[in-house]
Ligand binder design. Sequence first.
Ligand SMILES: [Zn+2]
Ligand SMILES: [Zn+2]
Length: 370
Amino acid sequence: MKITAALSGRGGDSPELVAMEQEEPRAGEMRIRLVATGICHTDLHEHPGRHSPQPIVLGHEGAGVVEKLGEGVTGFDVGDHVILSGNSCGKCPSCLANRPTYCDLAMPLCFGGQRMDGSTALCCGEEKVHSHFFGQSSFATHSIVPQRTAVKMDKDLPLEKLGPLGCGVITGAGGVIEALKVGFGDTIAIFGTGGVGLSAVMAAKLVGAKRVIAVDLSAERLELARELGATDCFKGDEEDLAVRIRAVTGRGVDFTFNTTNAQKVHTLALEVLAMNGTAGFVAAPLPGPEGPWAPQMFAMLAGGKQLRGILGGDAYPTTFLPQIAEYWRQGKFPFDRMLSFYPFAEIDRAFADARSGKAIKPVLLMENAQ
Ligand SMILES: [Zn+2]
Ligand SMILES: [Zn+2]
């Protein structure tokens, strides 16, 4: 079938819209007509080529309608509304424990750019185009997805808004609720108030955290963080930040959730923890001029502190995403406050706005793209 997709791997600052051929869904796969897809920082990092082979169609926050079922697909019907999340094998211990982001095959299934047998769903003339990015490659009018990538959603929900639930929102909200298990009366400091950090703020409010501290360099984003539930906001470049954050509770916070890759923020996130606190992080610290980041191990030992990597919020999308949507319906999780919409054809502008921070969470609208 002829589709339009945004191709990475031909240079340029953003993917380029190209007409290409997409094969029919194979056994266990479905064809999804995409309605919208969010842009996540992982797409920005992968565009020039990092983990995945090129040329490739990126995109991993898709939302759309099931158009065709491959052989053996169960639990979905043509016309179902779905969010696309990550791909996983369904058989390893992590998958069986409903922790699919820690699937033994997560890297090849999400970043391999092809099926496990080496085939791809896309080609451009004679040229093979890599597909199946996070099991979806959703910068396209249509995707071929393994059924494990899809989560069925109620049809009365606004499909054009739902894509970011599949990565950015689940990473932040799941991080707070499922991974750190923040609860009533707890205190948390959240570093970085992009889509992931703001989702963490909303989740911390939702579960009844007593103090929700947001830290960012942007005053505008901190204002939104406050509207979404932050009780205390700090500019990231304030003097004596660690002392000020610790002073909010008088003894530091029970949890930190770090969405940045800056070494000094990783250091700060450990420093502001109270005794027995846990520092969760979703991005690895970049190596600095002095080499790789090293945590203060003695302080961790003396304070019984933990450092905890979190992927996809530890959450099980099949149950977690419909729950978040229900909280949205009740007005308790207004994730749509973070979204900015762009026609698919303006993916270059959406990429630029994601990079500059002008848009917190850009969402491409696919309709009328062909
Ligand atoms: Zn992502
Ligand atoms: Zn698995």
